[in-house]
Design a protein around this ligand. Structure first.
Ligand SMILES: [Zn+2]
Length: 80
């Protein structure tokens, strides 16, 4: 796992590993990856994703889940 203590963008030593939801848009399509661990810099709001996080994001982009479109009944209980 990537270990980071200094922000590659601004040089801040305050980067922290956080866990959260990464969402964005790719070619007009929205994606959302939940429970992704990544590094975040509070100074320049840079986000650094390691290989694991990139995999999760790539999976979300591929549309494996997290589609904010029509919701199916009973789907809301799924949290993993
Ligand atoms: Zn920074």
């Amino acid at each position: 796992m990537l270990k980071l203590t200094i922000c590659p963008t601004c040089g801040s030593g305050r980067v922290r590993r956080v866990r959260g939801t990464v969402s964005g848009k790719v070619r007009g399509r929205r994606y959302r990856a939940e429970g992704v661990s990544f590094y975040a810099c509070p100074d320049c709001s840079e986000r650094i994703y390691d290989r694991e996080a990139m995999g999760a994001i790539a999976a979300a982009r591929a549309g494996r889940r997290g589609d904010p479109g029509p919701r199916t009944k009973g789907d809301a209980a799924v949290s993993r």
